[in-house]
Design a protein around this ligand. Sequence first.
Ligand code: NAD
Length: 479
Amino acid sequence: MNIQNYINGNFQDPVLDNWIDNYNPSNGEVYGQLPNSTKEDVDNAYSAARSAFPDWSQTTLEARSRILLKISELLEAKLQDFAEAESKDNGKPVSLAKTIDIPRAASNFRFFANAITQFASESHESVGQNAINYTLRQPIGVVGCISPWNLPLYLFSWKIAPAIAAGNCVVAKPSEVTPMTAFLLGQVCTEAGLPKGVLNIVHGLGTTTGQAIVEHPDIKAISFTGGTTTGARIAKVAAPMFKKLSLELGGKNPNIIFADCDYDEMLATTVRSSFANQGQICLCGSRIFVETFIYEKFKNDFVQSVKQLKVGHPSEPETNIGALVSKQHLEKVKAYIDIAKQENGTVLCGGNIVKINGYENGYYLEPTVIEVSSDDCRVNQEEIFGPVVTIMPFKTEHEVLQMANKVKYGLSATLWTNNLKRTMHLSNMLEAGIVWVNTWLMRDLRTPFGGVKDSGVGREGGFEALRFFTEAKNVCIKY
Ligand code: NAD
C-alpha cells in the first residue's frame, strides 16, 4: 500500500516523485512505498500551515478541544486497524500495539483536549506602583514535529496534540521506517473536522525531509524525539536561526535492585522493563545492577523468566517478542552481542538470530542477558536499543550510584527498594529526568517528561508541553 503526504487536508504525491520502500519487519518484504519528500513538499506544507494559522489560533479553546476529543474517539473506534498497521510497520506484537501504543496515542489527544482548557496564565500586581502585569501565552505559529520509529503513533501524537491544542499549525514528519499510522492519522483528522492545513504530514528520510523542516527559516520551533547524534545535528542547524528546540534523545537507563525490594513484583517488572517492545523503548532499563546478597538468585530467576519469553510473529497472540524494526537495526544489535563477548561479557541466555517458520526473512532476535564484570564496557555504556540487557552485582549504595551515573545519558532510572531513606537519597542523586521507584513506565500525562545530559533538552508532558508550544509575553499596565 502506498502512502502519500497529507498537506492542506489533501493526500498527495511528493512533488519530485521520489519514493522509498516500506518494509514489513516480520517477513522482510517490501509492502508499499512512501514519499521521500523534499524542500518543495515541506514548503507546500509550510504554506498550508501558515494560511491556516490565523483562524486556528483564534479558534476558541472549547472548539479546539472538541476536535481533539473527536480524534481521540476515532482512534479508539479504529483500534484494531491502527494496531495492525503499527505492528506491520514496526514488528511489535499486535497485542502490544492494541493495549499500549494506540490507546496511549488516543489518550494524548484526550489529555491535551482537556489540558488546554485548564492552561491558565499568570498575573502579578506591582504593589505600590499602580501597575498590573499579566502573561499572554501565544501560539508560536508554524512548528515542526519529528518523531522516531519505536512508538510511532504514540510519540507522533505526543507532540502534535499539544502543538495544535495550543493554537499552532504543524508540519510533522514520522519516521521513514514506520510511516503507516501517521498516514492513517491524516484520514482521522479530516474525519474529526480538523480544519485544512492545521496538521500537515510529510514523509521521507531524515536527511532530506527532516532536514528541510529544520532548515525552514519560518518554522520557528522544532520538537524532536530520536537519537542523540541526530539531536545534536538538529541543534547545530537550528541554533543560528534561534529556533525553540525540544530534544528527547537516547538513553541507557539503570535498573537498580536492592535485596529489600518486593522480589516477585520486581522480577516480573524487570522482565518487562528489559524486553517490552523488543527492548526498543528509550526508557527500558538496559543496565541492571543487583545487590550482592540476592545477585545469584536474581540471575537464575531472571534468566529462567527470560527463557520463557516467546519470540514469534507479531500477529500471534502468545508472542512476547516480535521482530526488530529493520534489518540494519537487527545487525547493529547483534554486533553489540559480539562486542560484549570480545569484552569478556558472558551471554547468560539468548544472543542468536531466530528464524520463524514461514517468516525466515523477518528480523527476530532472542532476548539476551549479558553478565558483565565492569560497568565501563561498551555494551554498558552505549545505547543498543534492542532486546539486550547487562547485569552485574553491586555492594553499596555509593558504588551503585557512581556506576548508574557514569554514562553520558540521563533519561530515566528505576529503583527497587522498600527503604525510605535510600529511596529519597538515590532519587535526588540519580542523574535522570525520570525516576521510577518500585514500578516502571507508569505515566501520568501531567508530569514532566524528558532527560538530562545527552538524553536531551527540555520537557514534554502536561503544561510543560503547552509552555514549549507557546511564547510567553508579559503585558504591564499602569493605572
Ligand atoms: P533517529 O534520530 O535516527 O530518527 C528520528 C527521526 O529524526 C526520524 O523521523 C528521522 O527521519 C529524523 N531525522 C534523522 N536525521 C535527521 C536530520 N538530520 N534532520 C531532521 N530529522 C532527522 O532515531 P530513530 O532511530 O528513529 O529512533 C531511535 C532513537 O530515538 C533512540 O536513540 C531512542 O533512545 C530515541 N528515543 C528517545 C525517546 C525519548 O523520549 N527520549 C523516545 C523514543 C526514542
